[in-house]
Design a protein around this ligand. Structure first.
Ligand code: AMP
Length: 293
């Protein structure tokens, strides 16, 4: 496994790989790797000849009062995990390398970035789509793999790739969870024992909404109320949003249709967690990995 820190070196390496007729899969990450990230890598490994991952805590997707400085980092541990899962190339640029003096360009995706996390994290998705567009230009992957846990991010990136004619296949991977159902996240490290218990309210509320729909409830307001009550019964929780929306346009709905995305962001103590699931009429409790995430 090779570690590359320079943009030019990465670009040259990728050119050599492509010139040899080998396909490239890219898995962008912010590091502090967990099973969710590793699952993305396994998918990328299967789809292409060469597996590239990037580890970059991207400053432009964090707001001024967010956790950029505290974001957990463990380069040594990450490299070991990447090696074990069969990564070929790890791209670890510095912020200076990615955003040199004079940098002033932005890739902005319009409507799908407006609700959900876009409301409480202004500028976040511009940071995401800009850095991902840069990574795509640097690595030139055939396939790029993202988690459905960040559903809105996956939607915005898919939109960007379509709109800007980027010749890259975007693959979404279902959310990997702890045995009790908590979605894996680098930020779970911030939770103390009581908060960890309350964090489970996210997954429980996805189950609740799915049950309500299976029992015939289609009023989005009623489902949202029930979800909010369940979350707020748990100590240390503060709701950022509970949104029922169309899984493609991400526009809010008042009635649950055949497929509805329930997306949540909840502060548990000082940690902001997100989770989501596409809930479907007539299919109570689809197993993880088959559409639910
Ligand atoms: P991050 O390092 O948090 O920026 O995440 C890097 C990639 O891993 C993104 O595509 C995420 O959606 C994905 N990811 C994070 N957590 C999970 C998870 N629990 N299951 C599947 N994918 C995940």
């Amino acid at each position: 496994m090779e570690v590359i820190r320079g943009v030019r070196q990465m670009q040259e390496k990728a050119l050599t790989v492509r010139a040899a007729g080998r396909s490239i899969a890219l898995v962008p990450t912010m590091g502090f790797l967990h099973e969710g990230h590793l699952e993305l890598m396994r998918v990328g490994r299967r789809l292409c000849d060469v597996l590239v991952i990037s580890i970059f805590v991207n400053p432009t997707q964090f707001g001024p009062s967010e956790d950029f400085d505290q974001y957990p980092r463990d380069e040594e541990g990450d490299l070991q995990k990447a090696r074990d899962v069969g990564v070929d190339l790890v791209f670890i640029p510095t912020a200076r390398e990615m955003y040199p003096e004079g940098f002033q360009s932005v890739v902005h995706v319009e409507r799908v970035t407006q609700g959900l996390c876009g409301t409480s994290r202004p500028g976040h998705f511009d940071g995401v789509t800009t850095v991902v567009a840069k990574l795509f230009n640097i690595v030139g992957p055939d396939v790029a793999v993202f988690g459905q846990k960040d559903y809105q991010q996956l939607t915005a990136i898919s939109r960007m790739v379509t709109d800007l004619n980027m010749p890259i296949k975007i693959v979404g991977v279902p959310t990997v969870r702890e045995p009790d159902g908590l979605a894996m996240s680098s930020r779970n490290k911030y939770l103390d024992q009581e908060e960890r218990a309350s964090a489970l309210s996210l997954k429980k509320s996805l189950d609740l909404a799915e049950r309500m729909l299976a029992e015939g409830e289609t009023d989005a307001g009623v489902v949202r109320q029930a979800v909010e009550s369940l979350i707020l019964e748990h100590p240390h929780t503060r709701i950022d949003y509970v949104t029922l929306c169309d899984p493609v346009s991400l526009e809010e709905v008042t009635r649950l249709g055949e497929e509805t995305l329930l997306a949540l962001a909840v502060h548990v103590g000082r940690t902001r967690l997100i989770d989501n699931r596409v809930i479907r009429k007539g299919t109570p409790g689809p197993p993880e990995g088959e559409g639910a995430s």
